[in-house]
Write a protein that binds this ligand. Structure first.
Ligand SMILES: Nc1nc2c(c(=O)[nH]1)N[C@H]1C(S)=C(S)[C@@H](COP(=O)(O)OP(=O)(O)OC[C@H]3O[C@@H](n4cnc5c(=O)[nH]c(N)nc54)[C@H](O)[C@@H]3O)O[C@H]1N2
Ligand SMILES: Nc1nc2c(c(=O)[nH]1)N[C@H]1C(S)=C(S)[C@@H](COP(=O)(O)OP(=O)(O)OC[C@H]3O[C@@H](n4cnc5c(=O)[nH]c(N)nc54)[C@H](O)[C@@H]3O)O[C@H]1N2
Ligand code: SF4
Ligand SMILES: [Mo]
Length: 583
């Protein structure tokens, strides 16, 4: 049978499952091309939670649900919090949100991931559409800008073969090592680099006058704004020289260029402006809506679709800075906030104070260890679902393939609670799934795709009120005006054997060789408020002003800030610098 990988990943692989539940990539799927990655190749090896527990004691599934119901009935809805992570991106995962919305509990809303960048994209383009590997394959040049597909997007790699590759990343990634050009931008410097590129491209008359005239708004203000920034200032903020800028421009001039932008560029308070600056450059070059061109980011997978479960009766609280201590009942599904939320000292303090924490998930993790009640989930093979992709146009069905005595599905749990509380009954799973698929899908060679991609992205329109691309003409960088020289940027990147904190994580602090530290030595870092000890690994791929932790490291968020982006309610992991504490 066929299903789809549930994980938070660009590729949404199509999977063949045999009668023994062995998983293989579907050979004829245009994106999956017959291979899966480490996570799904080893899926059955990772130990899952088998039994519900309450304060450490094993209980039956019915008992666990009775305890949850009792808490829901006795605790005030204003003191009840719903928090959902991104462990499984199936549409049906949010059915529990519907229950908590009907119950009028508080819903943690916002993003640990891409939403600062999305906010900027929506300001300029109106919607964040996918740039599929099938389109990237038609490019002549690919710019990997704060994105690392060899780890995070393996099914993009075939599309990069034979192309001119430019990597813009403070870390020398594996692809950067073999690239035509690697630009080791200063962290937080991408907006200045985008402006510098725009300025130099304009001087070189690379602006696409026809495209700008017909399809864009506000170009005159934009170019005045770009030209008002002194070149030396832009070079120093970007950490990139005009010579390197000229090299980039000479490689992309007159070519079909895809810009694949990742999380790296927007882990900052002004992340929305960074994406807007990159989009501005690309629009000025006239590279939207044309074959083999455009900007691809972590896109809006549900664009054009009518998704169920997004009721708005409830109050909300911003997810990246949620204060768990305010809640007497905290329900956490499919996430690991005690590891993945910024500023985990504060998160853990809050979880300790929250009277009753429920963890509904597949694996033991830092959060399950702090939970009062643990309810095991079913795996994606054991429940009905389907998935839209943020990296390509194909829609993935996820039918129930096997039975299991372990755990409960999100749908069954929500149905049970909905009945108990006398709320309007849920529709059948099939109804939710079918109506969502029908709301915006069509067939391409007998496979379901999103109708949005019958045309090239933005070929016909931008999705702004004017229908045109809107250039920006200002931004605010508070941090940039403070002392930028002291301490180290603490980068965070994804690890090839983990999916954030799931599966196999890595436990080192990567440091630049120039520091002269020894491998496996312990050092303590501080962000001015909290300190944390780490084990060192020398890494020749780092700039001298950077250190790096992989997402999922047990202390990856001990020193990240309790703060939120200016736009998009998004976490901003790299806003602060850290210093080494002298012993
Ligand atoms: N194997 C694996 N795959 C994954 C994941 C995983 O955990 N493991 N996570 C999935 C998820 S949730 C997401 S959101 C995607 C993310 O996918 P990506 O965006 O590709 O992932 P990141 O590793 O967060 O960031 C990419 C690069 O940004 C660089 N970077 C850091 N700071 C800056 C900066 O200031 N400027 C620039 N230009 N670059 C910078 C990092 O060095 C890194 O190489 O990947 C998904 N795929
Ligand atoms: N320092 C730092 N922090 C980061 C990042 C970073 O790069 N650096 N990346 C951020 C990003 S991009 C993201 S997307 C977030 C991700 O943060 P989280 O959403 O917390 O993701 P995971 O760590 O993958 O934890 C997901 C959990 O979901 C559970 N799960 C899996 N499948 C199912 C299921 O079908 N049902 C249920 N109920 N549970 C399931 C598993 O038990 C797993 O432990 O982290 C963010 N945090
Ligand atoms: S590459 Fe991504 S979608 Fe494919 S199996 Fe791995 S995690 Fe799943
Ligand atoms: Mo993410």
């Amino acid at each position: 049978m066929l299903t789809t990988c549930p994980l938070d990943c660009f590729d949404s692989c199509s999977i063949e499952v045999d009668s023994e539940l062995n998983l293989k990539g579907e050979k004829t799927h245009p994106i999956t091309n017959g291979f899966l990655c480490h996570h799904l190749n080893n899926f059955h090896k990772f130990p899952r939670i088998l039994k519900p527990t309450c304060r450490g004691e094993e209980i039956s599934l019915d008992e666990s649900i009775d305890i949850l119901k009792d808490k829901l009935k006795t605790i005030n809805v204003d003191k009840t919090l719903y928090f959902k992570g991104s462990g499984n991106l199936g549409i049906m995962q949010s059915v529990t949100r519907k229950f908590f919305n009907d119950h009028e509990a508080v819903i943690a809303e916002g993003s640990l991931c891409e939403d600062a960048g999305v906010a900027g994209i929506e300001e300029g383009r109106g919607a964040s559409l996918v740039l599929s590997p099938l389109e990237v394959a038609k490019s002549e040049v690919v710019v990997l800008w704060g994105r690392n597909p060899s780890t995070t997007n393996a099914h993009m790699l075939p599309a990069l073969k034979g192309k001119t590759i430019i990597v813009i990343d403070p870390y020398k990634t594996d692809i950067a090592k073999g690239a035509d050009l690697h630009v080791s931008v200063k962290p937080r410097g991408d907006i200045y680099l985008a402006l510098l590129l725009a300025r130099a491209a304009y001087m070189d008359e690379m602006d696409d006058e026809e495209f700008i005239e017909q399809r864009c708004e506000n170009f005159d203000y934009y170019i005045d704004f770009v030209n008002s920034k002194p070149i030396g200032f832009l070079e120093s903020r970007a950490g990139v020289s005009l010579i390197e800028v000229d090299k980039i421009l000479s490689l992309i001039k007159g070519k079909k260029v895809s810009f694949l932008v990742g999380l790296g560029v927007q882990k900052y308070s002004f992340g929305h402006s960074v994406l807007r600056s990159i989009d501005g450059l690309v629009a000025m070059l006239g590279l939207f809506g044309k074959e083999g061109c455009g900007v691809g980011y972590i896109s809006d997978s549900a664009f054009g679709y009518k998704t169920p479960f997004s009721g708005t009766k409830s109050k909300t609280t911003p997810l990246p800075t949620v204060d768990f201590s305010k809640y007497e009942l905290t329900f956490i599904q499919g996430g690991n906030p005690a590891n993945q939320l910024p500023c985990t000292p504060k998160v853990k303090e809050g979880l300790k104070k929250s009277n009753f924490v429920v963890y509904f998930g597949l694996y033991e993790n830092e959060t399950s260890k702090m939970a009062d009640l643990i309810i095991p989930a079913k795996t994606f093979l054991e429940k009905e679902d389907f998935k839209l992709s943020y990296g390509h146009e194909y829609i993935g069905r996820m039918p129930k393939i096997s039975d299991s005595d372990i755990g409960i599905s999100e749908y069954e749990l929500a149905k049970n609670l909905t009945q108990e509380f006398g709320f309007e009954s849920l529709k059948s799973e099939e109804e939710y799934i079918q109506s969502t698929i029908e709301s915006n899908s069509t067939l391409r060679e007998e496979r379901l795709i999103s109708k949005t991609y019958e045309n090239l992205p933005y070929e016909k329109e931008f999705y702004t009120d004017s229908g045109k691309f809107e250039f920006f003409d200002d931004f605010y960088d508070e941090f940039g005006d403070k002392d930028r020289d002291e301490g180290f940027y603490l980068l965070s990147a994804k690890y090839n054997k983990s999916l954030n904190s799931q599966f196999q994580t890595e436990q080192f602090l990567h440091v630049p060789i120039s520091l002269g530290l020894s491998d496996n030595q312990n050092i303590t870092l501080s962000n001015g408020k909290y300190e944390c000890e780490y084990i060192v690994k020398n890494d020749e791929n780092l700039r001298d002003d950077c250190m790096m932790l992989f997402s999922g490291h047990k202390h990856s968020n001990m020193l990240t800030p309790h703060a939120i982006s200016e736009e998009g309610k998004c976490a901003i992991y790299q806003e602060l610098k850290v210093v080494i504490c002298e012993k």
